[in-house]
Design a binder for this molecule. Structure first.
Ligand code: ACO
Length: 398
């Protein structure tokens, strides 16, 4: 048994807080969350306003610069991102080293680490202008890397970014086009990418852009604290995001709906989720901070309803998802624990409708979140109170 008096006389007083449920690791003025009210703001602007009145690139500019861009500044930012979307030829060879069935998250994380070796100069940056150039570069290249990782997993040739296309349309094109054309790779015909699809994905990117000190952002800040290259910090964030308790939940939600298989089996799985002796959890439900509806989930639920009208969604999975939601939202187990659907509950259904495969759901999250990670990296570097992250422990061994 630990003798606390001896222990504290050695170490001084500190808190023991597994999972950091009530420990602030930093001061930040990027993102505000009120978990009880279900509020989320980036730089003071409500997420609802950003999701409906602004594009993802405007949101990126806002996060990095603290204010929304003027029309002229947006034009310059947009052009710069388009120009920086290309990858060094050397990096292309890296993808071939991965097995065909490699999960795109593994390839993505490795390729971002490799990217650090192409931009050595970002290791010793001294001023804000250099930080912004480094940030723009990674924001621009992440969709290209993600699309290359996906195309490698299918064994089909890479599609280069197209300078004439805006950010989100460019990513969808790199995902879906045949070489030399703009034809669709989906199973439902050879349609062009529709504007409504681009808007839906752009909204998903915006909703993912930042979320204060979540697990992957904390990892990015911790790696930043050791002085490592910023892109290595981002690659570490990508690895942390992959887990199913975090960003990997979006892939697990659809896998779970497929496993449930039919509306009449929903009750059985809800019972499993409630059983204290069963490790099964309802994916896409619950959140460490939101003890009310996740505001991002509200926006996506509305978007899902709009898309139902405009492009048609996978109705079978939708029906199961709606049943899960209906039962869980009126069940005492979920109500008493404040377990509401989170953002990941809805992204999977929408991404499926955009013909993005399950293995790419978490890479889509990565694309949206990269701006948040890099903005937090910059804030960490510019905060005079920043220190190397080095928590203590309560020793309980011999
Ligand atoms: N299904 C069933 N029960 C749940 C669920 C769930 N999805 N989530 C939490 N619970 C229960 C727990 O069993 C626990 O019950 P108990 O008090 O009887 O022991 C209680 O609710 C509290 O759960 P914790 O694990 O302590 O909550 P925590 O804040 O640590 O975890 C988390 C939050 C990881 C998101 C959790 O709710 C979960 O695993 N959800 C499913 C995975 C998911 O959707 N992750 C995405 C989160 S959003 C994001 O990262 C983008």
């Amino acid at each position: 048994v630990l003798d606390l008096r001896t222990f504290f006389s050695d170490t001084g007083l500190f808190s023991y807080d597994p999972g950091y449920t009530s420990t602030a690791s930093c001061r930040s003025n990027i993102t505000f969350i009120n978990g009880k009210k279900g509020e989320l703001r980036y730089r003071g602007i409500p997420i609802e306003e950003l999701a409906t009145e602004h594009t993802y690139l405007e949101t990126c500019y806002l996060l990095l610069n603290g204010e929304l861009p003027s029309a002229q500044k947006l034009l310059a930012f947009d052009l710069e991102i388009r120009h920086r979307a290309f990858l060094h030829e050397g990096l292309r060879h890296l993808f071939n080293a991965f097995p065909d069935n490699a999960h795109p998250m593994a390839t993505l994380s490795a390729a971002v680490t490799a990217l650090a070796s192409f931009y050595d100069e970002h290791l010793n940056m001294e001023n804000g202008t250099e930080y912004l150039e480094m940030a723009h570069r990674i924001i621009a290249k992440i969709p290209t890397i993600a699309a290359f990782a996906y195309r490698h997993s299918l064994g089909i040739p890479f599609i280069q970014p197209d300078i004439d296309l805006a950010f989100t349309r460019n990513f969808l094109t790199m995902m879906r086009a045949y070489p030399g054309g703009k034809m669709h790779l989906g199973t439902e015909g050879h349609d062009e990418i529709k504007e409504v699809e681009v808007r839906a994905l752009d909204t998903i990117f915006t909703l993912h852009a930042d979320h204060e000190q979540n697990a992957s952002t904390t990892v990015v800040r911790n790696v930043a604290s050791t002085g490592a290259h910023p892109y290595v910090a981002i690659a570490s964030g990508i690895s942390a995001l992959w887990g199913r308790a975090h960003g990997g939940a979006n892939e697990s939600v659809i896998a779970q709906l497929e496993m449930i298989g039919s509306v009449d089996r929903v009750d059985t799985f809800i019972a499993k989720a409630k059983d204290p002796d069963d490790p099964f959890r309802l994916m896409g439900f619950g959140h460490r901070v939101y003890k009310n509806f996740d505001p991002r989930a509200r926006i996506l639920k509305k978007l899902q309803d709009e898309l139902k009208e405009e492009i048609g969604l996978n109705s079978h999975l939708m029906e199961i998802a709606e049943k899960v939601e209906e039962i869980a939202l009126s069940d005492e187990y979920f109500i008493s624990r404040n377990l509401y659907p989170n953002i990941d509950f809805y992204t999977g259904i929408i991404l499926t409708a955009l013909q993005i495969p399950k293995s790419m759901f978490t890479p889509v999250f990565v694309i949206g979140r990269t701006v948040g990670w890099i903005t937090q990296w910059i804030e960490f570097k510019q905060d005079p109170q920043s220190k190397i992250a080095r928590p203590r422990q309560l020793y309980s061994g011999q």
